[in-house]
Each structure stands twice: as structure tokens, then as C-alpha cells.
Design a protein around this ligand. Sequence first.
Ligand SMILES: Nc1nc2c(ncn2[C@@H]2O[C@H](COP(=O)(O)OP(=O)(O)OP(=O)(O)O)[C@@H](O)[C@H]2O)c(=O)[nH]1
Ligand SMILES: [Mg+2]
Length: 452
Amino acid sequence: MSTSETIVAAATPTGRSALAVIRIDGPLAATIAREAFGRSTPPAARRATTAVWRDRAGVAIDQVVAVLAVAPHSFTGGDSLEVTCHGNPLLVRRLVEDCLARGCRSAEPGEFTRRAFLAGKLDLTQAEAIADLIHASSERALASARRQLAGELGRQVAAWSDRLLAALATLEAHIDFPEEDLPAEDPTGPLQTLAKIESELSGYARTARHDAALRDGLRVAVVGAPNAGKSSLLNALSGSARALVSAEPGTTRDFLEAPIAGLPLAVTAVDTAGLRAGGSALEHAGMERSLEQARAAHFLLLVVDRSAPPPTLPPALAELLDATRTLVIANKADLPADPAHAGWRPELTKIPTCLLDGRDAEALRDQLGQILVAREVAPGAEDLVVGVRHADALLRAAAALKVAREHLAPPAQTELAAARCREALDALGEIVGRIDNERMLDKLFASFCIGK
Ligand SMILES: Nc1nc2c(ncn2[C@@H]2O[C@H](COP(=O)(O)OP(=O)(O)OP(=O)(O)O)[C@@H](O)[C@H]2O)c(=O)[nH]1
Ligand SMILES: [Mg+2]
């Protein structure tokens, strides 16, 4: 992993495209550009240069556009060459092979970003944010990655560390000069600071529960009695005619999925077979699958036909319906309502809809998006969502501060408290990358793409 080696990789996926990008990073970058372009000097730094790339035997491979960045003014901090060629995998392979023949080695996944991190161009949270940015599958995931890449989490960690260091300095002054006349410091000062930081750390750590939702999206199961309008709802939410809709009860036998359109988060709706007592063996098999989907979902949309008496739901479904995780779609609002609905399951939020055509669809999607955030099933636009690795370090830091506060209770054991504060600082340092654990870095960067 030494930066004295020059690494090469294609930065764009294999396949035909208008253009493809190859990255070269390390001390050979400028020489390779000079030789491959048949020039006496390397191309000017940070300027796009159009040239024919010739292999070592002098055979032209492609006309390319190359940009040379010279240390330390590059992404990685070293010399690097970015080559844009035509997007044919054969050309990309020839260029990479030629670089290997000229002394490069193939880059490991994430190695360019790792070099940027090691050169101090990025802290670890920013390096991680690059991977998040590439893998984000929704607007909200992109926004969160962008904020982290801009250094928001790193700055927050720096602010906690500064406050903690100030509290530690006060504690250490008491250790070093216990007999002296220290400034009349409020003895509860550091204690309060530690308590405040501890609660902030725990608060931030809690946002990690949204990490998976940002990365993998959410599943919302559409459940209810036969013929209530579940498939109509799936179609309305997805903005497609994905599911068959018919007046015959029991139309949907198996579950089917469609992404919900227009939400800032990736949310998949799952339409299921109607649940009712009795029915054939085949219907029962379908209902078992509906229940499985309901159990696995992050959120439930219970569709009821408001024009008919409230349904008798199978106990296995009824027990899954808690008020935070369920929204009742009181459908067929175009028909006169059955009065029994007014007192039915008052703890559940109900939204009247008419799903005969698409007229309620957009408002319903918006409402659903807001409810998912309000119920903390999904992160809001303002939430800075930390990753699981960050949350682990934040919680370790918070736990150390809790013990530190206990040591400060009379009779105060200031030295022990100070040691715990230093432990908390170390844990915070891990978040931004003040770690010397090579194996941990290997693991972290291994999840990156090659060429990044
Ligand atoms: N009047 C009225 N009819 C509706 C409304 N929404 C759906 N329907 C009708 O109700 C019937 C059943 O709709 P589906 O969407 O197939 O219902 P489902 O819950 O998927 O039914 P199963 O798959 O059989 O369990 C169809 O004839 C729809 O046109 C509505 O808001 N008002
Ligand atoms: Mg259906």
C-alpha cells in the first residue's frame, strides 16, 4: 500500500459508453504521460491535453484527453493523471495494460481515496462519504452524503473534542495543583460540560438507526381485507398500473413490489393478498405470505373499505398494527361511509382516499413521506445521519463520559475522571481517522469501488 508505487485503474464501469476514465496515481504519472504522448516534457499541470496515447511499441491505442495533477495539488496529494478515452472496454483494457507494462500496479478498491485520507486531504468521515455518495439511491441519501463529504460530522467531532479538552484542562489543573489557589472555578463546571456532551453524543448516535434506511431504502407493506383497494393503492403510490385491479375479491394471490414515486427516500411498496377468515388452501398460502411481508416491512398501510363495515382482521395481522407503524387508508371515500368506522380502532391514524383514479395519489405520497419522518421511520431533511461505525465510537465516548461523571461525584477522584475523558477523546478521534489500525482501514476501504 506504499505511495511510492504508481497505481492504475479504470474509474468507470465496464461497458460501452461515450467516454471512460482511467486514473493513474503515483510518481510515474508524469513520465507515463510524457512517454505515451511522445513528448519531450510532461503535459502542463491541471490543463486538459488532447493527445494520441501510444503503447510501448509505439502503436496508437486511442485519442484521449488527459489531465495531469502534480503533488500536492491533487485529490490524492501525489502526482496523478486522469485519462478520458472512448468508452470501449477493449480500449480501456489496452490502456490499463500499457500502464501496467510501464511500471504501474492495479489499484485496490478505494485506494485513491485511501491515499487522499493518508495525505490529510480528507478525514475518515469524508472518505466514507465518498462511498456513500456513490451508492446513494435516493435524494435524501445523496444529501446526507454531501453534508458528510463537506465535513459536517468532522467539524462536529472537532467541536466536541475542543469542549472536552477544555473540561479536561480544568480537571488536570486540579490534579497538578490541588493545594494551590486555583481560580475560583465552579466545581460543577466540568461536570455539566461532560453531561451536556454525553447527551449530545448519544443523540447523534441514535440517528444511526436511519443508516440502513438511507442505504437500502424502506419497505412499506399494503395489507387489508380482500377487495379493499390494496392493489389500487400500490398503483397510485407507484404511479404505474403494476397490479391487477378487479371487483373480484381475492385478485391478488402473491405479493408484488413497486417503488413509490416522488419521495426523497427509496421506498418500496409491497402489495399483498387480502386477509380474511376461511378461504381455499391457495388463498391461505397467499395470506401467509402477506403476513410475512407485513412482519418484514418497516411500515404498514392498512387499506379498509370505508363504505362497508370495518373488517375482522386475523389476529396475526391485528397484533402487528401498532399506532406508530401503521397508517389506515380509509378507501372508497367517494361512497357513503359506514358509521361503524368512526369508533373503529381510534388509536390508528386514518386518511380517507378515493383510489378509483389517480386524483389522490400525489397528496397521499406527500402525506406518507411526512408521516414516515414524523414517526421517525425515515430520516428528515435536517437529520445528519451518522454511520454505524460512527455511532459505535460515539456511544463508547458517551459511556466513558458517564463513568467520568461518576468519578467526579464526591469524594471526587479527579485522576480517574480525567483518564476517562481521554478515553472519550480517543473514541472521538477514531471517527475522523486518528487511528493507527491498518486492519480497520483495510476493512473500511475494501467496500469501495475500484478506481475510487
Ligand atoms: N368506489 C370505489 N371503488 C374502488 C376504490 N378503490 C378501488 N376500488 C374498486 O374496488 C375493487 C377492488 O380493488 P383492488 O385494488 O383490486 O382491491 P384489492 O384490495 O387489491 O383486492 P384483492 O387483491 O382482491 O384483495 C376494484 O373494483 C376497484 O376498482 C375507491 O376509492 N372507490
Ligand atoms: Mg389486489
